[in-house]
Design a binder for this molecule. Structure first.
Ligand code: ADP
Ligand code: MG
Ligand code: MG
Length: 198
């Protein structure tokens, strides 16, 4: 069972991971993008922390809302509105609920987030984007488990793919052999979740 405090712990852990991995994420974005993904994400999580400190959200849905607004307004870059859409769908999916009670329910919430990214980005599975992490994670949760190894594998798999969306797609075949930065930040997002659900 996840309470509002657990969801907030999830985001606090994610914030910490983004700050620690800022350089790594921007480095991943250098060969196949413009080298700013770590900085973009760090701006987002800093904005989340600031709004959180100003007014602590009281429900799960409102916590997603604060996070979504921070990503949309502060990240810039392709990833901001994509994370923002995911989180916005998660706001809707959790309206009025006090706790998340099962893996299946959590899986459905993540699945709605995934649908937001796919719609906003016009993205499919294996286009070498964050979708390649979100989709298997949603699937695993719905099947009743999630471990870091699965997340790591999903992230690593983006290395083998040719980018079809975003800046990396300009490189065509040459995008192969590199991990997608958005898949890497999404892996941190779900690693933080695994640490909370145990
Ligand atoms: P920008 O490319 O504008 O500099 P970022 O570097 O912050 O933005 O984010 C790049 C990441 O965004 C990519 O690694 C990829 O995961 C994700 N991304 C880009 N375009 C799409 C899309 N259409 N659908 C899903 N994800 C995308
Ligand atoms: Mg970039
Ligand atoms: Mg950029």
């Amino acid at each position: 069972q996840l309470t509002v405090e657990d969801v907030q712990t999830w985001f606090t852990k994610f914030t910490k991971k983004i700050k620690e991995n800022k350089g790594y994420l921007s480095d991943l974005d250098t060969p196949i993008g413009d080298g700013d993904h770590g900085n973009n994400m760090a701006r987002g999580v800093n904005a989340y922390e600031e709004s959180f400190e100003q007014k602590q959200p009281e429900t799960i849905s409102d916590t997603f809302q604060v996070f979504s607004m921070a990503m949309i307004s502060k990240v810039g870059g392709a990833s901001g509105p994509l994370y923002g859409s995911a989180l916005m769908n998660m706001v809707k999916e959790t309206k009025g609920i006090e706790t998340i009670d099962s893996y299946e329910q959590l899986g459905s919430i993540i699945e709605q987030g995934l649908a937001g990214i796919k719609k906003r980005g016009k993205t499919e599975f294996e286009d070498k984007t964050m979708v390649d992490v979100w989709e298997p994670v949603a699937q695993s949760l719905k099947e009743g488990k999630l471990i870091k190894d699965q997340i790591e594998k999903a992230k690593e798999h983006t290395k083998d793919l040719i980018a079809k969306k975003g800046r990396a797609s300009y490189l065509g075949e040459r995008s192969k052999g590199h991990i997608d930065p958005g898949a890497a930040s999404s892996a941190l997002f779900f690693d933080a979740l695994v640490e909370v659900i145990g």
